[in-house]
Write a protein that binds this ligand. Structure first.
Ligand code: SF4
Ligand code: SF4
Length: 335
């Protein structure tokens, strides 16, 4: 497996409480990542041999300015690695403040920003601050990606591009992300906001492609909306080194079934074969919604492990082949 980005979740604090937030009750609870841990984990991730970028997120990582600066500088100085940060831009109160804040990070090695803009974030952050952030980033040559979480009834990306007076170009890309009903979104948003797709959607899965570490040392290997579910925990860096966590994860039949299926379709098949599929919904909003629903079911991880055990080697090989040809699609190779 090739991991090009290490995502460090610095903590769960945030100035906002978005109705779409994946963290749910964890928001503003739980530990923050210490600088010592963060640097040690950067060392371990760099030793894997493929790292190209450090990504800092939270919560809102700009509330952890000291940690952020130290980690950016550490990665740049020791490994010549650039860094990225995701933010809601609450700190960009004026054009000048935006410029001074970003310049101090750029000088240490920040080269990319993921900036949230959508109906949910803008209930907490004035749009003008996003504008200040984008302008300052542009003047410094920091590449920005605008991420707009959308539901059936929300404003879409085109609305925000127009409101911000920006368009995609050299230094800016923008994308919509469908809201997934997990965390706050499952409680705060009406069902009608989530267009449902029949069956178990399997058209998106980043498992075994992403590397994310939480402040507790928990390692996740996907960045989909359901990634916080316990069954998707690959290990804990307080108990084990990163290379051995990854070595074991590569061989995990549930992880490989998700990766090969580009989502949880093979998990649903395995549950049907075991006659444990009566809890499945007729439709889901996204692959990650279905994945989260399946894997958060008590006892289901054990049932799947047992059922997929005989396919462990086959699933591993199929995922390896798909990775090597750079293409993961359930239509290409079926179990
Ligand atoms: S800004 Fe991000 S972390 Fe903060 S509440 Fe919104 S979605 Fe959650
Ligand atoms: S489908 Fe599951 S494993 Fe794949 S990206 Fe979504 S939450 Fe992660």
């Amino acid at each position: 497996m090739v991991f090009t980005t290490l995502g460090l979740i610095l903590g769960y604090r945030c100035n906002a409480k978005c109705r779409s937030c994946l963290w749910g009750k964890m928001l503003n609870n739980g530990p923050r990542m210490s600088i010592e841990d963060a640097c040690f984990w950067v060392d371990q991730a760099y030793a894997l041999g493929s790292l190209m970028l450090i990504g800092l997120s939270g919560g809102e990582p700009f509330l952890y300015m000291n940690e952020m600066k130290t980690v950016i500088q550490y990665a740049s100085k020791n490994y010549e690695l650039p860094s990225a940060a995701s933010t809601n831009a609450f700190w960009a109160v004026t054009p000048r403040k935006a410029e001074t804040t970003l310049r101090s990070l750029y000088d240490l090695g920040l080269r990319r920003l993921l900036v949230s803009v959508d109906d949910f974030h803008q209930e907490w952050v004035p749009l003008k601050r996003v504008q200040n952030c984008l302008s300052a980033a542009k003047s410094l040559g920091i590449h920005c990606t605008l991420v707009c979480v959308v539901t059936a009834s929300s404003n879409k990306l085109s609305y925000y591009l127009e409101a911000l007076g920006v368009s995609e170009g050299d230094n800016l890309v923008a994308a919509e992300a469908p809201c997934t009903p997990v965390g706050m979104a499952a409680i705060m948003l009406p069902n009608s906001d989530f267009p449902l797709h029949p069956g178990v959607p399997s058209n998106y899965c980043t498992l075994l492609k992403s590397l994310i570490i939480r402040p507790e040392g928990i390692v996740h290997l996907c960045c989909g909306a359901g990634f916080t579910v316990d069954a998707l925990t690959a290990g804990n860096l307080r108990e084990e080194r990163l290379d051995s966590i990854i070595e074991r994860a590569e061989w995990n039949p549930i992880f490989n079934a998700l990766a090969v299926g580009n989502g949880p379709c093979h998990l649903a098949t395995a549950l049907a074969e075991e006659r444990h599929d009566d809890f499945l919904q007729n439709s889901y909003a996204t692959s990650c919604h279905a994945c989260h629903h399946i894997l958060s079911r008590p006892g289901i991880e054990g049932i799947l492990q047992e059922r997929l055990e005989s396919q462990r080697a086959e699933l591993f090989l199929k995922r390896e082949i798909l990775d090597q040809i750079g293409y993961r699609n359930s239509d290409l190779l079926k179990i």
